[in-house]
Ligand binder design. Structure first.
Ligand SMILES: [Zn+2]
Length: 80
């Protein structure tokens, strides 16, 4: 932990949006990383959470892609 963080606390910024609810945060002074866990609490971004987040992110992206396809399909039906 940097001296600055020791005195003033960490200054977290969002480093990655995993899903609508889960984000990763990084302290811009000492690079300490946090993430949102399943209960919506902020926890330290351990390798285990990194793995969980990468899976969540894959599921989220797949879901988004499917939603887009369904929208296209509906739009196509409406115009034909
Ligand atoms: Zn810090």
């Amino acid at each position: 932990m940097s001296v600055f963080c020791n005195l003033f606390g960490h200054k977290y910024e969002v480093s990655k949006k995993v899903t609508y609810h889960v984000k990763e945060y990084k302290c811009c002074n000492c690079n300490k990383q946090l993430t949102t866990n399943g209960n919506g609490q902020l926890v330290e971004l351990t390798p285990k959470y990194q793995e969980i987040n990468s899976i969540l992110s894959r599921i989220h992206n797949k879901r988004q892609a499917r939603l887009r396809r369904e929208e296209l399909h509906i739009a196509y039906k409406m115009t034909s």
